[in-house]
Design a protein around this ligand. Sequence first.
Ligand SMILES: [Zn+2]
Length: 169
Amino acid sequence: MKELMIEHADIDTELIPILDQVSDPEIPVLTILDMGVVRYAKLVNDLVLIKITPTYSGCPAMDVIGDDITAAFEKAGYKVNIDLILTPAWTTDWITEEGRKALENYGIAAPLEAEADKDVLLNGKQIVKCTNCGSQNTKLVSQFGSTACKALFKCEDCQEPFDYFKCLK
Ligand SMILES: [Zn+2]
């Protein structure tokens, strides 16, 4: 069974395998557990109560996530009730270690901590590692990559472009 180190969440162990089937609609290699959007999942009487926090406000993916969670639990024979929690807001710190690895394998550089993130995006510091060759000789091309939460980088060694998942607090 998957090891979970999520400090901000309260999740029944028996529900983890079901939650783990639901992937993030924008980054399909990540599950919603990897992204850290599940805050609470408990079986109470015959009902599974779930609380999720959107990754960023107005994200249309959250509707999809809600539907996907409902489908996964109904398939496993559970009734489910899903609530959205908006505070505290989701931060990129909630992405699990496993999730960060999956991001990198997928070609998206995982978020740095807030101070380093600022150095990279505003001061042009070269500390984002290329997801293709590992070089730090990388250059910010655009503050916005394939989505608003990512920035577009290019590696000056292997010339590959890649996304960097910006730090969100
Ligand atoms: Zn490279």
